[in-house]
Design a protein around this ligand. Structure first.
Ligand code: MRU
Length: 350
């Protein structure tokens, strides 16, 4: 199983997800600016993976060799925090990781500890904790699935989207290990094709039976009774259980409810944003029109055609059958159940 974000002692390695599945190319980042560019250009993507990469970007910024002589060390760290925070707006794991790193830097500063060492340790901890959370999510989620489960997933919420193992695909991995998975339907996920390029790549590597479908086929299979449940990841979950995830998730959730199919969201506590009462406050990233008018660099629409490209949508909580977290399976009312997840997290970190 792949770990797409790696601390290498003095630099960060990232598998370039824009090149998969055609080529497995690792990129080297020696500075936080290079990490920020990799996040912005989707070379590293998926909410928890972005968080882990940003944390490592902060650790790079704290290295004496990275010291910017025009800034004092604290200002240099704050510049890194702000630069990394400006990369992508929707996945809250990014801001969660940056806040955690900043808190750690401030605490280390007042105790006179060496920032580079402390922030490297913290970034590696964020990475390792994410893998552990994904494994727990996988195990809790597997318990929800029937024997011989036929699962639909959207986008890529796999090892590539996390520090390792995956959230939605973590559930698939754990259920597969228990012999419970008969087939995974993989939405191709226009416009970036995370399903076709990344989820299919991971499932092939794991030897898990799957079929790639165009996004507009999901309703057909849900209506025909070919799918037992939908499992997706999340980029930000509000206190009431509204879920922001890859564009197209909302349509799948509505189709699932219409056809009486459970719709599960798998996400670690670092994806919760309980400061937002509903999903209305979640910032939705708008990306370039070219990503819609072109496919793999080739124009598919007439010259001059304007397009719209929101990268995420918000699925209202009423469509979400359960949210699978590292603390267990949360059910409605989410205001109460998600608060217990946040509480358990707080207890574990204090
Ligand atoms: O634009 P992306 O590829 O970063 O979007 C990723 C998703 O929407 C994933 O479903 C989400 O981050 C969950 S990752 C475990």
């Amino acid at each position: 199983m792949i770990h797409p974000v790696r601390w290498q002692g003095d630099h960060v390695s990232l598998i370039d997800q824009t090149r998969l599945p055609v080529a497995e190319v690792w990129i080297r980042c020696d500075t936080w600016q290079e990490v920020a560019a990799a996040i912005r250009h989707m070379q590293v993507r998926g909410a928890p993976a972005i968080g882990a990469a940003a944390a490592m970007g902060m650790a790079l910024a704290a290295r004496p060799i990275a010291a910017d002589s025009t800034l004092n060390p604290l200002d240099a760290l704050l510049a890194a925090q702000q630069g990394l925070a400006a990369t992508r707006p929707t996945a809250v794991n990014l801001f969660w990781a940056l806040e955690r790193m900043t808190r750690r830097a401030v605490a280390a500063g007042s105790s006179g500890s060496d920032w580079a060492t402390v922030l490297t340790e913290e970034a590696c901890l964020i990475h390792d904790e994410d893998v552990a959370m994904c494994r727990a999510i996988g195990d809790f989620g597997a318990g929800l699935l029937p024997a011989g489960a036929r699962i639909l997933t959207h986008c890529n919420a796999g090892a590539l989207a996390t520090a390792g193992y995956g959230t939605a695909l973590g559930v698939v991995r754990s259920a597969h290990a228990q012999g419970k998975v008969s087939l995974v339907y993989v939405d191709e996920t226009r416009p970036w094709m995370q399903g076709a390029r990344l989820t299919a790549w991971e499932l092939r590597q794991e030897g898990i039976e799957h079929r790639l479908i165009a996004d507009n086929m999901a309703g057909h299979f849900l209506h025909r009774g070919a799918i037992d449940c939908v499992i997706v990841g999340a980029d930000r979950i509000a206190a009431n259980g509204d879920v922001a995830n890859k564009i197209g998730t909302y349509s799948v959730a509505v189709l699932a409810k219409e056809n009486g199919i459970p719709f599960f969201v798998a996400a670690p506590s670092s994806t919760l944003d309980l400061s937002l009462t509903t999903g209305d406050g979640i910032p939705i990233e708008e990306r370039s029109e070219d990503e819609v008018t072109h496919l793999a660099g080739h124009r598919i629409a007439p010259e001059g055609t304007r397009a719209m490209n929101p990268a995420f949508d918000v699925t209202p909580a009423r469509y979400v059958s359960a949210i699978i977290t590292e603390a267990g399976v949360m059910r409605p009312p989410y205001e109460a159940s998600l608060a217990t997840v946040a509480g358990a997290r707080l207890k574990a970190t204090t």
